[in-house]
Design a protein around this ligand. Structure first.
Ligand code: BGC
Length: 406
């Protein structure tokens, strides 16, 4: 069977500044070398397991310098869209002081992308922030929202070639890891604070939305929202009730809070949780990624169908897996896209798919070892090598269709 995607469907992959650029100086790079972080990694024996350099973003994939080569490769791999993020700490290293050279750098990046006929999706905030903003309390202090919307307006004016803007990446993952579970800087473990930060991020999105529209009324603006397919493990009222609660808290609350301020929904999708005994569990007997995340490509169907309620176009802005050997990735891409196709047939307005990630990158607290790239990076030489899955994905893109028997 041949499943055709709608005409003009966008295909590509995503990255984020801190994970690929190299040389970033922000709250994350500071945290990576902080005595507490180092002591913690030592205590858990993780330096022994992965080496010290694994945990320091350093030069990463050197994308800051090698972007022309990377977009040339994206073009060669058939991509028609790409998602990047701007590193705010480069652009506004001191409060109110904008670095014109860095702005020019990102203008060149966009020109390079456009030069290949690729559509850029630009994220304003993918979790890393300038040191001064962090020192002021980041999004933990609502008075700081004005700094973010000023930055957003400035970028929208400086990069007129960008049509698709993503204000915030995964507000729920950020607040959970940084404010509730204490895993990421500032490592707070305060559920109330986390909830307030979550609300502040919704307010920051709304402020940035209006700030961008004021300078670029034709901009298309959304967030990248990590939505999970929650399923009741048993058909029992408490599992069903918990599923609905998780749906509301994790999947819908944020989107409801910004529903009047979004031109499209950016969906990041990775997880499928079955609710058993009040909490989401992994399913049994399934394929796993290198990070031991369950690979459940069908789950995206349900997530997409649930998003129909917003009556907005949907772009999948992330979806992928850590798979160094590329053992599961071709299968995963194929099965995911079959599920996406089925959702489109059933009325979900999906207009593009961006795989995470274009290339291997710095996977936050895990460091470099998880390999999410369509393109493998040899960090010793910075050589780029497309994995077989990248070639397989290219065939799908060129056909704008999946063939079951391939
Ligand atoms: C994030 C990416 C991350 C990916 C894989 C998403 O949560 O936006 O930055 O690398 O998932 O974990």
């Amino acid at each position: 069977m041949r499943r055709e995607f709608p005409k003009g469907f966008l295909w590509g992959a995503s990255t984020a500044s801190h994970q690929v650029e190299g040389g970033t100086k922000n709250q994350w790079s500071d945290w990576e070398v902080s005595p507490e972080r180092i002591a913690d990694l030592e205590r858990r024996g993780l330096f022994k397991e992965h080496g010290r350099e694994n945990f320091i973003s350093g030069t990463a994939a050197d994308h800051y310098r090698r972007y022309p080569e990377d977009f040339a490769l994206a073009k060669e791999l058939g991509h028609t869209a790409t998602r990047i993020s701007l590193e705010w700490s480069r652009i506004e290293p001191e409060e109110g002081v904008f670095d014109e050279e860095e702005i020019r750098h990102y203008r060149d990046v966009i020109d390079s992308i456009r030069g290949y006929g690729i559509e850029p999706f630009v994220t304003l905030w993918h979790w890393t922030m300038p040191r001064w903003f962090y020192a002021r309390g980041g999004f933990g202090d609502r008075r700081n929202i004005r700094f973010f919307s000023r930055f957003a307006a400035k970028m929208a004016a400086a990069l007129p070639e960008v049509r698709f803007w993503i204000t915030i990446n995964e507000p729920e993952i950020y607040t959970q890891n940084s404010y509730m579970q204490g895993l990421w800087p500032p490592q707070e473990k305060n559920w109330i604070k986390g909830w307030l930060v979550f609300q502040a991020l919704a307010a920051a999105h709304r402020a940035a939305y209006h700030a961008i529209k004021a300078v670029r009324s034709d901009a298309q603006i959304g967030v990248s929202k990590n939505n999970i397919y929650f399923e009741a493990y048993r058909d029992q009222w408490w599992d069903v009730l918990m599923k609905k609660t998780f749906d509301w808290l994790w999947n819908f609350h944020f989107l409801n809070a910004i529903r009047r301020e979004q031109d499209f929904i950016g969906l990041n999708h990775y997880f499928h949780g079955r609710i058993k005994n009040w909490r989401p569990n992994q399913n049994e007997n399934v394929r796993m990624s290198d990070l031991d995340w369950e690979l459940s490509p069908d789950a995206i169907y349900h997530v997409l169908m649930d998003l129909r309620r917003y009556h907005a176009p949907i772009y999948i802005t992330e979806n992928g897996l850590a798979d160094a050997e590329d053992r599961h990735r071709p299968w995963f891409i194929k099965e995911t896209l079959k599920a996406v196709h089925r959702a489109i047939q059933d009325g979900a307005d999906v207009r593009g798919y961006l795989h995470w990630a274009l290339m291997d990158n710095f996977e936050w607290a895990h460091g470099f070892w998880p390999r999410f790239g369509l393109v493998e990076i040899d960090y010793a030489t910075q050589e780029r090598r497309p994995r077989p899955s990248a070639e397989y994905y290219k065939k799908i893109i060129e056909a704008n269709a999946i063939d079951d028997d391939e």
